[in-house]
Design a protein around this ligand. Sequence first.
Ligand code: GDP
Length: 365
Amino acid sequence: ALKCGIVGLPNVGKSTLFNCLSNAKAQSANFPFCTIEPNIGVITVPDDRLTELERLVKPQRVVPTTVEIVDIAGLVKGASKGEGLGNKFLANIRETDAIIHVLRCFEDDNITHVDGSVDPVRDKEVIDIELQLKDLETVEARLPKVEKTAVASKDPDSKKLYEVLLKFKEALLAGKSARTVELTDAEEKVARGLFLLTSKPVMYVCNVDEASILTGNKHVEALRKAVADENAEVLMIAARTEAEIAELESYEERQMFLEDLGLKESGVAKLIKSAYRLLDLQTYFTAGEKEVRAWTFPKGALAPQAAGVIHTDFEKGFIRAEVIKYDDFLKYGSEQACKEAGKMSVEGKEYVVCDGDIMHFRFNV
Ligand code: GDP
């Protein structure tokens, strides 16, 4: 499953956010949720299309697609030097697909800030610097060997890697994250193998007070300005309020609370959707009487690769896929009706799967 890590300085609201994410069952009462470990939660991806398919197909069960969230607490100044269990936390970040960087944008004299005042731009830099230092260490450790092979063997791959390492080193030394370095597709490919912390896609979550949830505040503005050139997503969430909402018993109560605040959807739903956009992920469905289910695949995937999300055998033995567009399914009401209306297409290995496709894979075992 897709894995997102929550990072941020102490007392910015990470656990509060994690807890309300973990309560994402709040949005869809019958969807499964579990906490694997105290700091790891699996949340279901809210998707209205799944509800519609359930209504039409009436399956025995509905399985939404999931995202794994890891609360990476304890990142502090000096983490890259191993301070405050720093290395362990950095290792946790390395295993994630994307980073949710929580920033304190709320004022509250009762809650201590580690650096004495509310300043999300400074806070962001503290975290960035730790991650960049760690990356610099990684890059510098690789450079001498790669340089040798690049020169000695004239091997084009190691030459490419060498160039990429030099670009990263320059950026990191200048206090920039690896994700800001422009790379060609070929360079991108070798860069991925380095698993740098600052090359992971990032989303900034400004934790604000309830009163600022619609309007934002000066801290959010400052942060937006500071990250303007990063092409990163900035979201506002009132984590404490969301946590309160998540505790309400019924869906109606929660919806009413949100509407009172002037919100259409919870911050949690917004956050998950953003994570999908950030990572270029899409959803296809399988819809049978036993099970209606959502599956996550990388945008642009060909049918066999998308089938591989269900099982590797599906990818290896792929023969063809029968595809119905979601809108057609909704319009005609069933697979049979779509078939009769000529709305089911048979696609081969070159088919690019689209968001919302209802797929039926045929394969050899
Ligand atoms: P972490 O150390 O980053 O995990 O931070 P926590 O989630 O434990 O939050 C630290 C403290 O800030 C807790 O007492 C929270 O209740 C409080 N807190 C979190 N979000 C907000 C908020 O939006 N407004 C206010 N006033 N307090 C908050």
